[in-house]
Ligand binder design. Structure first.
Ligand code: SF4
Ligand code: SF4
Length: 246
């Protein structure tokens, strides 16, 4: 079934974490699975780590079977997205009868729906997290009478750790957007890719002591610890103004 996503409407109201929405999604709802077709599913480094680990694939295998790799036009940063089926536009992780096959490890966009998260600066120039409700014709979850605070929805969907890593990645993306006129060299691009999306290669390089920022013991770190260290390294050193002569 192909449900094109051309009826997307955002509520005009901005929601804070303390505001409430009315929404429920469950197996058996009349629109079950309809949101899993024709999705533009771009994966953040943490989305990718969780999915790849759940599926037991290497980075290369994941890309061969499920995804696509390209370089962002403006930022020149690596992008990985999930390919929908060429026959019915379904997500490759969808089981029509049971729902999402990778539910416990589904990407942050699937967890956040029907909300969209963004940031604004308040009068004191502090960063504020806001949400908008997305309404699509096919999604009937909005008619379910279940009030829930945004902050509780975020917890219920297991988004806290995703937000932590996605915000680190977001800082990298913002930095590149601001300095998109400075091209990245091939070596820097490779390094950013390995640190953000290819932890197997990163572990290999740590073991063979090819990287000055990592000690040999770092290969014992968890995936999350390695990713955190890698993203901070990209943000603070690889993309530092001194390093790139900005
Ligand atoms: S990952 Fe799961 S929830 Fe997300 S679109 Fe695919 S099947 Fe649906
Ligand atoms: S309620 Fe919305 S999010 Fe849930 S299955 Fe239906 S279309 Fe998808």
């Amino acid at each position: 079934m192909h449900i094109p996503h051309y009826n997307i409407v955002f509520d005009s109201k901005d929601l804070t974490l303390e505001d409430e929405l009315r929404f429920a999604c469950y197996k058996g709802i009349v629109c079950f699975n309809r949101c899993c077709y024709d999705v533009q599913l771009v994966l953040s480094p943490y989305d990718f780590l969780r999915l790849k680990r759940a599926l037991g694939t290497t980075t290369e295998e994941f890309l061969e079977r499920y995804g696509e790799f390209y370089i962002g036009e403006v930022t020149q940063l690596p992008v990985i997205s999930v390919n929908m089926s060429p026959y019915d536009y379904s997500c490759p992780f969808l089981d029509e009868a049971e729902g999402c096959r990778v539910y416990l490890h589904r990407p942050s966009a699937c967890r956040t729906y029907p909300l969209a998260r963004y940031f604004v600066e308040n009068e004191k120039r502090e960063k504020m997290e806001l949400y908008k409700i997305i309404r699509e014709t096919h999604c009937k979850g909005h008619y379910e009478d279940r009030p829930i605070k945004v902050i509780d929805f975020i917890k219920e969907q297991g988004l806290e750790l995703y937000h932590y890593f996605n915000d680190l990645w977001g800082e990298i993306v913002l930095k590149r957007q601001r300095f998109s006129h400075v091209p990245l060299t091939g070596d820097i691009l490779d390094m950013i890719y390995i640190l953000s999306f290819d932890l197997e290669s990163l572990r290999e390089m740590i073991r063979s002591q090819e990287l000055s920022h990592f000690s040999k013991e770092d290969h014992l770190k968890t995936d999350e610890e390695l990713l955190e260290k890698g993203l901070k390294l990209i943000r603070d050193e690889i993309l530092s103004e001194e390093n790139l002569n900005w």
